[in-house]
Design a protein around this ligand. Structure first.
Ligand code: SF4
Length: 213
C-alpha cells in the first residue's frame, strides 16, 4: 500500500475511532501487527485467561502466534486432536475469560461492528461475557454504511470463509452470496455492535493494512 493510500485510510480510521468512542468503544490506529500486539499487552494482564475466534486477520498479524507464547492462559481451540466436545467446552469457557480476541466482517466509519457467524460462539462472546473484547481489523474492512457492511459480508467475507473451510455452499462455486438454504450455510447469526455500557470492555485495533477477508 503506498503512502497516499495509507493517508486516506488513516483519515477514515480516525473518523471511525471518533464514532466508536460515542458508543463507549475504544479505538486505536496502528501500522502493523507488532503495534497491535503492543496495544493488546496494555489491555490484557500477564496470566489472564484469553481465547479467540477463528480469524485470518489474527494469524496474518502474528497475534495468534503471540497468544500461544505463554504470557496468557490461552484457551486454544486450534490444538490438534480436540474433539467437538472439547471445542464446545472452550466456546463456553470464553464467557468467563478475561479477554476475547477476534476480527470483524466489517466496521463502519459510523462506529458499528458487523459480524456474521454460523455457530454463533464468536458473536455471542463479543456481545456478553469476557471482561475485555479486542477486535483486530484491517483497513480493507472499513465501510461507510451498514448496507455496505452487509454487502461486504455477502460479496467477500462469507464466500471466502466458506471456501476456506471447504463448505458445500453455492457461494463456494460462484464466489458470492445467493442467500442459500444449504445445510452447510455459514451465515446464521447476524450481529451489529453499536456500543457497550462498560467503556473499558470493547477495543477495536484498526491496522493500516489489508488483512483477512
Ligand atoms: S448464505 Fe449461503 S451462499 Fe450466502 S454467503 Fe452464506 S453460506 Fe454462502
Amino acid at each position: 500500500m503506498d503512502d497516499n493510500m495509507k493517508f486516506v485510510n488513516q483519515c477514515r480510521a480516525k473518523k471511525t475511532i471518533e464514532n466508536l468512542a460515542k458508543g463507549n468503544i475504544n479505538g486505536y490506529l496502528v501500522e502493523d501487527g507488532n503495534d497491535a500486539i503492543e496495544i493488546i499487552e496494555k489491555i490484557l494482564k500477564e496470566g489472564d485467561t484469553v481465547t479467540a475466534g477463528g480469524s485470518i486477520t489474527l494469524k496474518e498479524t502474528g497475534v495468534m502466534d503471540y497468544l500461544r507464547k505463554g504470557r496468557y492462559n490461552f484457551l486454544d481451540r486450534e490444538v490438534k486432536g480436540l474433539t467437538a466436545e472439547d471445542k464446545k467446552e472452550i466456546y463456553r469457557k470464553a464467557f468467563f475469560a478475561d479477554g476475547y480476541l477476534t476480527s470483524a466482517n466489517a466496521l463502519t466509519t459510523k462506529g458499528e461492528i458487523y459480524n456474521v457467524d454460523g455457530n454463533g460462539n464468536r458473536v455471542a462472546a463479543t456481545i456478553f461475557g469476557p471482561d475485555k473484547v479486542i477486535f483486530v481489523v484491517g483497513v480493507n474492512k472499513l465501510v461507510d454504511t451498514m448496507q455496505e457492511a452487509i454487502n461486504r459480508n455477502a460479496k467477500i467475507a462469507a464466500p471466502a470463509n466458506a471456501k476456506r473451510i471447504d463448505k458445500q455452499t453455492p457461494c463456494t462455486k460462484v464466489g458470492e452470496c445467493v442467500d442459500c438454504l444449504s445445510k452447510d450455510r455459514i451465515c446464521r447469526k447476524y450481529v451489529v455492535i453499536k456500543g457497550d455500557y462498560d467503556k473499558d470492555r470493547i477495543h477495536v485495533i484498526i491496522v493500516n493494512q489489508n488483512l483477512g477477508y
